[in-house]
Ligand binder design. Structure first.
Ligand code: ATP
Ligand code: MN
Length: 465
């Protein structure tokens, strides 16, 4: 990129074009100096690294330089020179400085370095300006790009599934309702129920908990598709791994079985982590040094080693005979908790684990039933520090078996009649999974709380900004 106009600091820092005139714009990280000269560290978001601006006090006057405090936004034109100081190769000798916006030191909340992550959550509208969140959100961007690249390179089509739906994929009932009815004056039917026929869509609707059911329709036509969009769950679980609004990636592939599904999940995750190591190293190194000294080793380890694959039943046996004291009990049939998943990954196998063939009672209705009549062809990918990062399965393709399960569970068929029809017209073996985007970002950044890997987290009692 040509230097001379609106240069990104990321490019400037690599430049050896000393003596040339450059034009930089950014936010002041720190400003210090003496009677003669001011050193301003400027950041424009293009990299974790700042460029140093050197400004003569005599030339610009104290009145102007006094306004250049942490958080202010300025525009500098000057000469790129080799740096005398340590830790940087070049700096800018300022010729002109224009102040776009000041930031009063008495009221600007990000005055000091080293604020706690909890405090920064309270000022989420400003935290992208910190080194930490700049790094996290740049990595988040690169991961989103890498996801599209992976699927595009492997012949998958990006298939857009609706945000507003009438169905509840997981049958969990933890949905946000969508309505334009006046909540103060709800219309009622003769039986006293809310009359949704008067609502916007003529029936009750909610925000989607998963794009899978519609995704399956796409796979039955385009072969291999993926969704990548926001998902909503009103589960009141205040954990470091759950958001009420999160992003999910859901590939769905015709003719894939449960083994293919695991191969895809493992290859996909390794590709994404390698992509981060190849393209986000400055930011990852910063997070490694600041928060998690084992981050880089962990990322490299996951890329280099095979995931351990075993059946749920074997995993329960391992947990039962571990002698470890768990908060939640383990027994065959129990839904594994994060503590169990992490024990298998971190203590027992010491590598990512793919668990398969779960009891049908703890999994969704659409999963392919095994011959034993007790388990389904599900797979969960479990990661260090995270627990479940992916949940997926081969799908039941047999109409009668699917209907039997739907009836056993007492599910209403009206909201999903169209889904059930796919098993009547050209049904085919297929499989897919859901990757929680924020859980991936947790893993790649080493952050500990899911609220710190999405710009504006939605959790119980928190939707202000
Ligand atoms: P968990 O048991 O961790 O609550 P789940 O089994 O309910 O997850 P799935 O329905 O299998 O989740 O969803 C697929 C993936 O979406 C999960 O593996 C996880 O990565 C992610 N995910 C699920 N719920 C949430 C949430 N509330 N916030 C963030 N990510 C989530
Ligand atoms: Mn799951």
């Amino acid at each position: 990129m040509a230097i001379g106009h609106k240069t990104k600091i990321v490019d400037l820092l690599k430049s050896k074009d000393f003596g040339s005139t450059v034009d930089v714009k950014g936010w002041v990280r720190t400003s210090r100096g003496n009677k003669y000269v001011s050193f301003i560290h400027l950041n424009d978001g293009s990299t974790i690294n700042n460029i140093q601006i050197v400004a003569d006090v005599e030339k610009f006057g104290e009145d102007l330089l006094k306004q250049i405090t942490t958080g202010a936004c300025i525009h500098v034109v000057g000469k790129l020179v080799e740096s005398q100081g340590q830790g940087q190769t070049c700096e800018v000798q300022a010729d002109t400085i224009e102040i776009y916006g000041t930031a009063d030191p008495l009221t600007y909340p990000l005055q000091k370095k080293g604020h706690s992550l909890e405090f920064l959550r309270e000022i989420a509208y400003l935290r992208p300006r910190t080194n930490t969140f700049g790094a996290v959100f740049r990595i988040r961007h690169h991961m989103a790009y890498a996801i599209h690249k992976y699927f595009n390179d492997h012949g998958f089509y990006y298939f857009h599934t609706p945000i507003i739906t009438t169905s509840d994929t997981e049958g969990a009932g933890s949905m946000f309702q969508v309505s334009t009815l006046d909540m103060e004056k709800l219309p009622h039917t003769e039986t006293g129920a809310v009359d949704y026929s008067q609502d916007f869509f003529g029936q009750a609707t909610n925000l989607t908990v998963s794009g899978q059911l519609e995704g399956e329709l796409g796979a039955m036509a385009l072969g291999a598709i993926y969704t990548f969009g926001p998902t909503f769950r009103a589960e009141n679980s205040n954990t470091p791994r759950h958001l009420a609004e999160f992003w999910m990636i859901e590939p769905e592939v015709a003719f894939n079985d449960n083994d293919d599904n695991q191969d895809l999940a493992e290859d996909f995750l390794k590709y994404l982590i390698q992509y981060a190591l190849d393209n986000c190293m400055d930011d990852i190194q910063f997070l490694n040094d600041m928060f998690d000294k084992e981050l880089i080793d962990r990322l490299k380890f996951v890329v280099a080693n095979s995931f351990k694959r075993l059946a749920y039943t074997e995993a329960v046996e391992i947990l039962e005979s571990s002698g470890h004291k768990f908060e939640f009990p383990v027994f065959w049939g129990a839904d594994l908790q994060s503590e169990h998943e992490r024990y298998l990954v971190e203590k027992h196998f010491k590598c990512p684990v793919i668990l398969t063939d779960y009891p049908k009672e703890i999994k969704s209705f659409y999963m392919k039933q095994n011959e034993d009549g007790k388990t389904v062809r599900a797979m969960d990918v479990l990661f260090p520090k995270i627990g479940e990062i992916i949940g997926g399965s081969e799908r039941e393709t047999d109409y009668d078996k699917l209907m039997t399960r739907v009836n056993e569970l007492g599910m209403h068929t009206d909201p999903i009649w169209w889904y059930l029809e796919t098993r009547k017209f050209g049904t085919a073996p297929h499989a897919g999974f859901g990757l929680g985007f924020e859980r991936l970002i947790l893993f790649v950044t080493g952050m500990a709380n899911i609220r710190d890997v999405i710009p504006f987290p939605r959790t119980p009692n928190n939707a202000e900004f």
